[in-house]
Design a protein around this ligand. Structure first.
Ligand code: FES
Ligand SMILES: [Fe+2]
Length: 438
């Protein structure tokens, strides 16, 4: 029998979005679909989430040399990540202090100075305004009064540079909470504790909302059915694949929700259970046995086993715009209610044999690349979701899966079956917290 259509007013359709109206969008483990489609809600997300909490901007290893820069977005604000003179990595608003033009245009490069394209004001890599053409038009001392480019608040953890447009945001470590242990797992997959992010970048767009992206342990059997079939047939085809066994293992893997909307698909126990097979695969690579020895030598056997088992894939999402999944960093860039850019950077490990980084790159390409079998299917299904969500009658979607069997673990995180919507509920809680702050 068909389900009766649930009629009712769209809580986001009120002229002003009061906190009370926003509260109405997340109810009884259901979400109102206007959270994904409304321009008004999207605008408020930019203002209250992307312009007020910590955002991942980039990793120091993307800009290894003095003058290296990358352009990124913080909500609607373009910013420049740049390796400055003293070795520090700076983040500046990409906005000239004269009449506001973006001063840097190339997405990545190396520069000693940034010269504004409009009237030629020049800034150095410290953001200082160093020259104004035809300066006689200004009173003495004008240049030093302007100073330089505006800076967001910036803090970093293990080279992960975060910035916030709100100077009063809590300290980064408080924001990251328990996720630092999972960032460590990615970094410590290198026996030198370092990564390299110069293998390239993949940028894709999908016609769907930014909140549709990922941390969903429920979709794998359907969206990725064809990939799973290949993996099951061929258990020996690459790093990060061979030791997975049954990737959707119900037995040992967990979905977890930390504070502040951060979430984890925790494969650690599952992968340590398959560690022997993976170590055999590593030993088959040139230099693989040395990598295993170097890992144990640096980290000891207990932690070293976890590091090897995870193979640099913590599968953690740091709310709202960073995911460390597979062999990559993934940055989520919201552009419109129904348009999102995904920036993916393959992670290469420092201090490992080339054979391992090559295998990591091949696995990245095969699941996440433009001609791959994974991410394009995810994006296709997000677009289908967005099409369905446009409707304004049956407006509620359900995220209650596994509510009856979730638990609070000894470390205070909420955890559940891998396929349960623990992450979706955790993200919705943080969304509501941030969106209802005046
Ligand atoms: S806007 Fe940059 S120099 Fe005029
Ligand atoms: Fe997927």
């Amino acid at each position: 029998m068909a389900t009766p259509i649930l009629q009712g007013q769209d809580p986001s359709s009120t002229p002003t979005l009061s906190s009370g109206a926003i509260q109405q969008l997340v109810r009884d483990n259901r979400l109102h679909s206007s959270m994904f489609t409304s321009q008004k809600i999207f605008d408020l997300e930019i203002e209250r989430i992307f312009h007020r909490t910590w955002l991942f901007v980039g990793h120091t290893s993307e800009v290894p040399n003095e003058g290296d820069f990358r352009l990124r977005m913080m909500g609607r604000q373009p910013v420049i990540l740049v390796h400055g003179k003293g070795g520090e990595v700076n983040v500046f608003l990409n906005r000239c202090r004269h009449r506001g033009a973006a001063i840097a245009e190339r997405e990545a490069g190396n520069a000693k100075f940034f010269k504004c394209w409009w009237h030629g004001w020049i800034y150095d890599t410290q953001g200082t305004l160093v020259d104004i053409p035809r300066a006689d038009g200004y009173e003495p001392g004008f240049k030093s009064r302007i100073g330089g480019l505006a800076r967001p608040r910036v803090e970093s953890y293990r080279g992960f540079v975060f910035a916030s447009l709100d100077p009063n945001v809590p300290e980064l470590l408080e924001h990251l909470g328990r996720t630092t242990a999972w960032i460590d797992y990615m970094m410590d997959a290198s026996p030198l504790g370092g990564i390299t992010l110069t293998a390239g970048v993949e940028k894709t767009f999908y016609r769907g909302n930014w909140k549709l992206t990922g941390m969903d342990g429920y979709h794998t059997d359907t969206v990725h059915a064809s990939v799973l079939e290949v993996w099951r047939k061929n258990s020996n085809d690459g790093l990060g694949v061979t030791h997975r066994g049954d990737v959707t293992s119900d037995r040992l893997s967990r979905a977890r929700a930390f504070d502040r909307g951060h979430t984890l698909l925790d494969y650690l126990e599952h992968k340590t259970d398959h560690l022997d097979g993976y170590l055999n695969f590593l030993r088959s690579l040139p230099g693989g046995a040395d990598y295993i020895d170097a890992t144990y030598a640096r980290y000891g056997e207990e932690y070293g086993k976890n590091v090897l088992a995870l193979a640099g894939d913590p599968h953690v999402a740091i709310y709202p715009n960073l995911q460390l999944i597979g062999n990559q960093l993934k940055i989520i860039v919201p552009l419109a209610p129904d348009r999102t850019q995904i920036v993916m950077l393959p992670v290469m490990l420092q201090g490992v044999p080339d054979s391992i980084n090559e295998a990591r790159l091949r696995v990245h390409e095969s699941f996440h690349g433009p001609a791959s079998a994974g991410t394009p299917d995810d994006h296709e299904v997000f677009e289908r979701a967005q099409r369905g969500l446009q409707g304004s009658v049956e407006s509620w979607i359900d995220i209650s899966r596994g509510l009856h069997r979730q638990q609070i673990d000894s470390d205070g995180t909420i955890s559940g079956h891998l396929s349960d919507e623990v992450a979706q509920r955790g993200q919705a809680r943080e969304w509501l917290r941030l969106m209802t702050r005046e």
